[in-house]
Design a protein around this ligand. Structure first.
Ligand code: ATP
Length: 268
């Protein structure tokens, strides 16, 4: 199959200034994040988007796999060339998570929540994952790729994921136009990016992000390679760190890097 062939199933009505103004469609690819990195090397501009109907090597965090069956989901990556350094760029994962919640609300009328830092959940199960990869050091301007997988119209989840994952269709019985959802998400992202850039932090998006946070007020286990601990999750701070109050009353600021958060009784 010609992997470069435009996928005719997609016709994204882009309404933004820069997010997705350049769109590359692939019927099948290994990973849209890898494609975006390659395109960056070829001089692709800020806001370039890669969309694929199927990924053969979709990635999660730390070498995990993102299952990417064809035809019914959204797999896309946006390439960003921010004016700010890598340490600030890491927060863009949260900006994308908030944008995805808003787009799912706008387009499907569903209230998804955010499981800090990078997953969207509906009824306690994951519907969307986000993987941000940074290229370039603190000295140079970074090149950032943010990959997003959304389980849109899947009628069932692949084996092994039925307990923890679901799709918008499985939760609502309604089919969603993937191109419309993607266009709505890019619009939301462009606006939220502007706010993030203005503050160089989550300060301008904090309240809304925290209102979507499913971990909030819940007992969580923080899987930190330097030592696991439990506590009650509050919201995030402007730096995007999750505030977790341990039993002795200490509030720890948890940075997403190498850390995962789980509910005590399950995924959330
Ligand atoms: P963390 O909290 O550290 O992010 P995570 O398990 O959510 O942990 P990710 O790297 O965000 O990890 O996502 C990869 C994981 O998501 C996989 O290990 C698998 O459990 C799950 N997964 C893979 N494909 C899908 C999918 N299409 N839909 C929902 N969940 C998936």
């Amino acid at each position: 199959m010609d992997r470069r062939k435009p996928d005719i199933g997609w016709n994204v009505p882009v309404r933004t200034r820069w997010a997705g103004r350049r769109l590359h469609y692939f019927q099948e690819t290994d990973s849209t994040n890898s494609d975006a990195v390659r395109l960056a090397g070829e001089g692709a501009p800020h806001g370039t988007v890669v969309v694929a109907d199927r990924q053969n090597k979709g990635r999660g965090r730390r070498g995990r796999v993102w299952q990417s069956p064809p035809g019914k989901a959204i797999y896309f990556t946006i390439l960003l060339k921010p004016e700010f350094g890598s340490s600030r760029a890491a927060g863009l994962t949260l900006v994308m998570a908030l944008s995805a919640v808003q787009a799912v609300r706008d387009c499907c009328g569903l209230e998804a929540g955010i499981k800090w830092p990078n997953d969207l959940v509906l009824n306690g199960k994951k519907i969307c994952g986000i993987l941000t990869e940074l290229h370039g050091g603190e000295e140079e301007k970074p090149c950032v790729v943010i990959g997003v997988g959304i389980n849109v119209n899947l009628e069932q989840m692949p084996e092994g994921l039925t307990e923890t994952a679901t799709s918008l269709f499985m939760e609502s019985g309604i089919r969603t136009d993937r191109s419309e959802l993607l266009a709505g998400l890019l619009e939301r992202f462009e606006e939220n990016y502007r706010i993030y850039e203005e503050h160089l932090s989550m300060a301008g998006l904090l309240e809304e992000y925290n209102s979507c946070l499913v971990n909030r007020g819940r007992q969580v286990r923080v899987l930190d390679p330097k030592g696991e601990f439990e506590g009650i999750a509050g919201g995030i701070n402007a730096a995007g760190e999750l505030l977790v109050e341990t039993e002795d009353g200490t509030v720890k600021e948890v940075y997403a890097g190498e850390v995962s958060v789980r509910g005590i009784y399950g995924y959330v």
